[in-house]
Ligand binder design. Structure first.
Ligand SMILES: *[C@@H]1O[C@H](CO)[C@@H](O)[C@H](O)[C@H]1NC(C)=O
Ligand SMILES: *[C@@H]1O[C@H](CO)[C@@H](O)[C@H](O)[C@H]1NC(C)=O
Ligand SMILES: *[C@@H]1O[C@H](CO)[C@@H](O)[C@H](O)[C@H]1NC(C)=O
Length: 349
């Protein structure tokens, strides 16, 4: 005959596997939470950048002086070494064109980075912890944008890339393509932002409800929720829209309950810009990515053996009015074959 003690123990034993099964759902997700001091710190940076932009509208020059040319700010977002630093060193010009760009790097402070030196020397900005499935990647991108806005009023385009991204063309080619419609400077032309904005993603509803049901309302009705590539090239006016935003951020900064459908950085920027200025955006990205057979939210990764001139030519091809200018993802060991074809293929155009 079973005594009560035995029944209780048995029941407890039975419960153990259940606990393992359900614990991830019951316990709050162990993700980097944005602390109040960090939030206030960011807000202060965004305010400074916004104010500075009001007082220094970049392209205005005094009569008689040569109009300085607009620049591209390259924003590197990384949590590891910059695997392709040697390739980028080659990409960034060191002749008279060196005044046409700036570099900013946001490196996760917990990453033990080997300083890449060269053009990256002294270009690391004050960084905070980043993690997938959390709003910290949005914060890091906004920190890069704000720092670049503050740093140089001539930064007119802001290109976000990661350590897995490579250039597909020369700097000159990228520069001439971005500023093609505005050869006569100074100008206040509203530059187009190159950001993917899509509404037909099959998992969009799960991603919309990742923070709980109805929590995005009323600011973001499902019909206005968008998705797009994390990597974009924003105009100065849109970079300002992003760092001034408080309304959407209030919702996007909420922690995800369903971390499997949680990619805040792929939604925040496309949703915000499609609400604020849809006609000022290309709706496509300039960064090629291969989603065929993707696993766990990671796209296809090209390895050393895949690198060839043909691959570069193929990755450049696009169905839009602009060719692709960057590509991801490449494994670190791709560096050697990429360097081999850098001069003759990648930077020859
Ligand atoms: C300038 O760049 C070229 C090619 O990118 C390189 O060969 C050369 O060594 C660089 N010069 C300096 C001074 O860094
Ligand atoms: C995309 O990745 C798949 C494998 O996942 C590969 O077969 C295909 O060739 C890739 N496409 C391009 C354009 O590289
Ligand atoms: C361009 O469109 C064709 C036909 O729809 C498609 O097969 C191809 O994958 C597209 N290329 C890119 C880069 O999207």
């Amino acid at each position: 005959m079973f005594n009560t003690h035995f029944v209780l123990s048995f029941a407890l034993l039975l419960c153990l596997p259940l606990l393992f099964l359900f614990a991830p759902r019951i316990l709050p997700p162990k993700h980097v939470k944005i602390s109040l001091p960090d939030e206030l710190d960011d807000l202060a940076l965004f305010r400074r950048a916004t104010l500075a932009s009001l007082h220094a509208p970049g392209s205005i020059s005094r009569l008689g002086t040569i109009n300085p040319k607009p620049k591209i700010a390259f924003l590197f977002l990384t949590n590891t070494d910059l695997h392709f630093a040697p390739l980028w060193q080659h990409f960034f010009p060191n002749n008279t064109d060196r005044k046409l760009y700036n570099i900013y790097v946001h490196a996760d402070p917990s990453a033990k980075l080997t300083p890449p030196g060269g053009v990256f020397e002294g270009r690391f900005i004050a960084a905070k912890k980043t993690e997938r499935s959390s709003p910290t990647l949005i914060s890091a991108a906004r920190r890069l944008l704000a720092t670049a806005l503050l740093d140089d009023p001539l930064n007119h385009y802001f290109a976000l890339v990661s350590q897995h991204c490579i250039p597909l063309h020369s700097f000159r080619y990228v520069y001439n393509n971005l500023f093609a419609e505005s050869t006569q400077y100074p100008t206040q032309l509203p530059y187009l932002s190159f950001i993917e904005i899509l509404s037909d993603e099959p998992q969009l509803w799960d991603r919309y409800t990742a923070r709980g049901k109805n929590v995005m309302l009323p600011e973001i009705p499902f019909e206005r929720f968008r998705v797009g590539s994390q990597f974009f090239v924003l105009s100065r006016s849109h970079a300002l829209v992003v760092i001034k935003d408080r309304r959407l951020w209030r919702k996007f900064k909420l922690p995800c309950l369903n971390t499997e459908s949680c990619y805040p950085e792929e939604h925040y920027f496309p949703t915000l810009l499609s609400m604020e200025d849809p006609d000022g955006c290309s709706h496509y990205t300039l960064t090629r990515v291969n989603w065929t057979d993707s696993t766990g939210g990671h796209p296809h990764t090209y390895r050393a053996a895949d690198v060839s001139p043909e691959l570069i030519y193929k990755l450049r091809e696009s169905n839009t009015t602009h060719p692709f200018m960057f590509a991801r993802k490449f494994s670190p060991d791709s560096l050697v074959p990429l360097m081999d074809i850098a001069g003759d293929v990648i930077f020859r155009d």
